[in-house]
Design a binder for this molecule. Structure first.
Ligand SMILES: NC(=O)c1ccc[n+]([C@@H]2O[C@H](COP(=O)([O-])OP(=O)(O)OC[C@H]3O[C@@H](n4cnc5c(N)ncnc54)[C@H](OP(=O)(O)O)[C@@H]3O)[C@@H](O)[C@H]2O)c1
Length: 519
């Protein structure tokens, strides 16, 4: 007999639709969406009657749009070379509609085109509106779609049976708590929460989905997964890259908004949530929301004591000189924007009471890696723990999200020989060699889930707002007191906190942030 969880998953089947991508001339469409749709089609996972309609201000014919997407697929697809048959089949269902975002006429033409495509391809009236445009254009698009009767909480279909209408919203979802709430209110006016898919592409990564599998498909972790055995949890998203031409996007945003508020907190909730009742989207999201409710807010003076911000200066990285953040294209020369954040907080619930939670994100750091480290408590100072000259390190489980995906566990072992020498060793599960088949890209998983109506890997309204609540109190404290010493770390380091006090596995964590609390 199938468990409730299996039944839940099988409820979600990809269904034919017209997917309208607003901003289809842009970077996201070229880099991520087109390659993902092509790979889904190539693997036979995209329903045959799925149609793609690009929308934007740029003048383009259908043929020019197809050529552009083909070029994107050949540049960015994880599978090469292009399989001609798969591409041609998809290309025959790709169209483009030129129009402005703020003029009713464009939406009336869009509506007529959608009806034609429905008839021609028998798409059942199903719709996905993908908003791949800058945040400033989101509300005008929603308002105009609504005025053109293209948005509906209960979409009417041309044929018998149910049809669906879903909308996908990219990050950033808001700039702080107030703006996220305002955006949510606008959306709620027009759509039901079940129609809303807030994208956080981290959730589509294989290694992120594996966090739940590791925890709940194995029996050995649950009993040690609590304050009783865990010494600390650390989530790190580190990049060696600087702005790479995205300075004008990043400068008004900063790393706390860009990475910590969404990706880092999403990872944390998956690692610390209670086992959900089933795999149903709301069962999982309910548990994640409970963690965010219990996540201790840092406010006022506590921000000074428990959070560190940094901005990189000029320096050497990988043997070449790289500019300071303030010298990057698109960045103000006196910018006060943080490119590093490291903080300590707690989850005030029964499972995690008293366990320090370290969250860290930064650019131009010493390595590019995303990982979760769960360090367990030390053995008591008896037996091996009491031996002279033996340096036993605590057990530590590392979930390597990217790159070098895998899981490793550190434990102590006897060094072979007649003496009694101990050494810390690492047991490693490398994803790549254990499963030789290439992993799908996050956007493939997520696009498929959108057309299947499965929102488990998308953030719910309360989840996003609680995450913003956490981030906003820190941002407010920082705004009141601009950082006096930016830039304060050199490229290729681990930020303004000396590595032995924050990143290194050997770190003493109890006072990790306080010595630099006056930044
Ligand atoms: N690029 C990525 O890898 C990536 C990753 C994660 C999230 N995102 C998010 O996805 C969304 C789209 O990203 P993107 O990189 O594709 O953006 P983009 O290239 O800057 O813009 C997409 C399209 O939107 C239209 N547009 C741009 N600026 C506009 C403005 N001020 N007013 C009206 N229309 C404008 C343009 O199309 P027309 O001129 O033809 O109308 C443009 O081609 C953004 O919210 C971004 O934060 C992007």
């Amino acid at each position: 007999m199938k468990g409730e969880s299996m039944v839940e998953r099988e409820r979600f089947r990809p269904e034919r639709c017209v997917m309208v991508i607003f901003g289809a001339s842009g970077d996201l469409t070229q880099r991520k969406l087109a390659p993902a749709l092509y790979n889904l089609a190539r693997e036979g996972l995209l329903p045959d009657r799925t149609v793609l309609l690009g929308y934007g201000r740029t003048e383009m014919t259908d043929a020019a749009f197809r050529r552009r997407l083909r070029e994107s697929v050949s540049r960015f697809s994880r599978t090469q070379p292009i399989v001609e048959g798969a591409w041609e089949a998809l290309a025959g269902r790709i169209f483009y509609q030129q129009g402005a975002y703020d003029e009713a006429e464009g939406y009336r033409r869009l509506q007529r085109r959608l009806r034609q495509l429905d008839r021609k391809f028998d798409t059942g009236g199903n719709r996905v509106f993908y908003l791949a445009i800058p945040p400033s254009v989101v509300v005008p698009i929603l308002d105009n779609l609504s005025a053109a009767h293209s948005l509906d909480r209960r979409p009417r279909c041309d044929e018998e049976g149910a049809c669906y209408l879903r909308a996908v919203f990219e990050k950033p979802f808001g700039h702080d708590l107030d703006s996220a709430r305002r955006l949510d209110n606008e959306i709620e006016r027009l759509l039901a929460e079940s129609q809303v898919f807030r994208m956080d592409h981290y959730l589509g990564k294989e290694t992120v989905q594996n966090i739940s599998v590791l925890r709940f498909a194995n029996s050995i972790f649950e009993n040690v997964w609590s304050a009783q055995c865990v010494r600390y949890i650390r989530v790190t998203v580190a990049e060696m890259l600087g702005m790479e031409g995205r300075g004008s996007y990043f400068d008004p945003v900063g790393i706390l908004r860009d990475i910590l508020q969404n990706h880092v907190l999403q990872l944390l909730t998956l690692v610390t949530m209670e086992p959900p009742a089933s795999l149903a989207p709301d069962a999982i999201r309910d548990e994640k929301v409970k963690v965010l409710r219990c996540l201790r807010r840092l406010e006022g003076d506590e921000v000074r004591r428990s959070a560190v911000r940094g901005q990189y200066g000029r320096g050497m990285l990988d043997g070449r000189e790289v500019p300071a953040y303030r010298e990057e294209e698109g960045v103000a020369h006196d910018s006060n924007t943080e490119t590093f954040v490291g903080l300590r907080t707690y989850i005030d619930n029964w499972r995690w009471a008293g366990v320090p939670i370290y969250l860290c994100a930064g650019k131009r750091l010493a390595a590019t890696l995303t990982e979760v480290a769960v360090e367990f408590k030390e053995v008591p100072g008896i037996l091996f723990g009491a031996m002279e000259g033996v340096e036993l390190k605590p057990n530590r489980l590392k979930l390597r999200i990217q790159p070098d995906e895998g899981v490793s566990l550190r434990f102590a072992s006897k060094v072979p020989g007649l003496g009694l020498e101990l050494k810390n060793v690492e047991m490693d599960f490398p994803y790549g060699s254990a499963f030789p088949a290439a992993s799908p890209e996050a956007y493939e998983r997520l696009l498929l889930d959108v057309i299947a109506g499965n929102s488990a890997l998308f953030a719910r309204r309360d989840e996003v707002e609680l995450a913003w609540e956490f981030a906003t109190s820190i941002l407010e404290a920082w705004e009141q007191q601009p950082a006096p010493d930016f830039p304060n770390y050199a490229p290729g380091t681990w930020g303004p906190i000396p590595p032995e006090r924050f990143f290194s596995p050997e770190a003493v964590y109890s006072d990790v942030l306080s010595p630099r609390a006056d930044l």
